[in-house]
Design a protein around this ligand. Structure first.
Ligand SMILES: Cc1cc2nc3c(=O)[nH]c(=O)nc-3n(C[C@H](O)[C@H](O)[C@H](O)COP(=O)(O)OP(=O)(O)OC[C@H]3O[C@@H](n4cnc5c(N)ncnc54)[C@H](O)[C@@H]3O)c2cc1C
Length: 393
């Protein structure tokens, strides 16, 4: 652990997009702050190891990349642009949903590991300390300061921090250790597999395609270096009952589709089908006066929205403003942060509901029935009460 200090202003747990966005925003606004990012896994290597799912960056991200001061460096990465999605949703006919009609123009089809690595490099360049392969051990709060043990291999290092940011993704590890509840609104999972097109079999299908069916929906997209990704999104119990993680079952279902299977003709699978959690959830307490959650730790969205990374960037930015206020003894930023996040969640849930309602062909099957009921708004009451009542022993 090569830490430059033993006392930090802000300790950020997790080393994903939301963590890096928070760290970069803190340093951009107050370069003198001491910020430490602690990631439990090794550093990502762009072109090594298994590929990472979650590559569609929505056009609105432009404004947050710009606000974080990352826009020029991001452009230099030359990620593929994406001009919209095709969908067979609500009918078997395919239609185009073009970003060109949105005020932001185009989005990006990222090499996801390269983007995550880009965010880490930018944070390091801005003088953020980052330690990989490091776990949070015991911690205690004494006189508004967190005394924290960090474990790396056999080594234990003690540090102090004035504020903690939980950016540990869906785990929300720190918030949960504080007794906060993760409120799950569904049990969506994604079964996914990567493919490549051997020489002589050129991939002619570009862009993203979404295709609904009786138990969920298919997502497929081309990736950098001639690769392709296919995912099937359904509920955990349905994935289990249909044995979807089995390669043969997955391929049989895939080739029974009307559109998605056709995109894969000539493609060779790269590894087995993998299964990952993709449910929507929010935290019963998002923040208190000396910790807050950002990104998927705060709330995670259905991949249908393609808004996970956007939320990682925006919540990192807004979260950093709240932290800056709090470090100066002003809790207004935290309250504003809670308010912004709560309204984003409520508007996300409304959009999610109306989008799923557009598919009526399978409305009697469990997957679609579960999505037809009206979402509950998170009210001011639930966020504010927890904010005022929470005290960290
Ligand atoms: C199937 C699927 C498809 C998706 N597709 C898209 C898409 O196309 N577009 C999009 O925008 N979003 C997509 N998403 C969502 C997107 O990937 C996430 O919203 C985004 O990665 C969240 O970033 P984050 O930094 O909050 O969390 P993460 O990326 O999950 O990062 C959290 C980090 O914290 C680390 N960590 C965990 N616990 C600890 C601990 N105790 N101590 C230290 N470190 C810890 C983890 O190792 C990880 O590196 C998809 C998600 C799924 C499941």
């Amino acid at each position: 652990m090569n830490l430059t200090h033993t006392t930090y202003d802000v300790l950020i747990l997790g080393g994903g997009i939301a963590a890096c966005a928070t760290a970069i925003a803190l340093k951009k606004n107050r370069p003198e702050l001491k910020v430490l990012v602690v990631e439990r896994k090794p550093r990502i290597k762009r072109n090594k190891g298994s590929m990472r799912i979650g590559e569609s960056l929505s056009p609105q991200s432009f404004q947050y990349l710009q606000e974080l001061g990352l826009w020029e460096a991001f452009q230099e990465q030359r990620f593929d642009r994406s001009y919209g999605t095709s969908a067979a949703w609500g009918s078997s006919q395919m239609y185009q949903n073009e970003f060109m009609l949105s005020p932001f123009g185009y989005g990006w089809n990222l090499d996801r590991k390269a983007f995550d690595d880009f965010m880490i490099s930018e944070a390091i360049e801005k003088d953020v300390d980052i330690t990989f392969n490091t776990q949070l051990g015991d911690y205690i709060e004494i006189d508004k300061t967190w005394e924290v043990c960090l474990h790396k291999n056999e080594r234990v290092v003690r540090i102090q921090a004035r504020f903690i940011v939980d950016a540990t993704g869906k785990k929300a590890a720190f918030a949960c250790s504080q007794g906060v509840i993760k409120e799950k609104v569904d049990s969506l999972v994604g079964a996914f597999r990567f493919y490549e097109f051997p020489l002589g079999h050129e991939n002619t299908s570009q862009g993203i395609l979404i295709e609904s069916d009786v138990n969920g929906w298919w997502y497929s997209t081309h990736l950098a270096r001639g690769r392709f990704l296919v995912a099937y999104m359904t509920d955990a119990d349905i994935a289990r009952e249909t044995n979807l993680k089995n390669n043969v079952v997955f391929e049989t279902e895939l080739h029974a589709t009307r559109h998605t299977g056709l995109r894969l003709i000539g493609a060779k699978p790269l590894g087995d089908v993998r299964l990952g959690a993709a449910h929507s959830q929010y935290l019963s307490t998002l923040a208190t006066e000396n910790w807050l959650a950002v990104g998927d730790a705060a709330m995670s969205y259905d991949p249908l929205s393609s808004m996970g990374m956007l939320k990682g960037l925006s919540s990192g930015l807004f979260g950093a403003y709240a932290v800056l206020d709090s470090l100066q003894g002003n809790n207004e930023g935290i309250q504003k942060y809670i308010h912004v996040m709560q309204s984003q969640w409520n508007s996300y849930m409304k959009k999610r509901h109306s989008y799923y309602l557009e598919e009526q062909r399978f409305s009697e099957t469990p997957f679609w029935k579960r999505r037809a009921s009206l979402p509950q708004n998170i009210t001011n009451q639930s966020f504010k009460t927890t904010y005022h009542e929470t005290s960290i022993a």
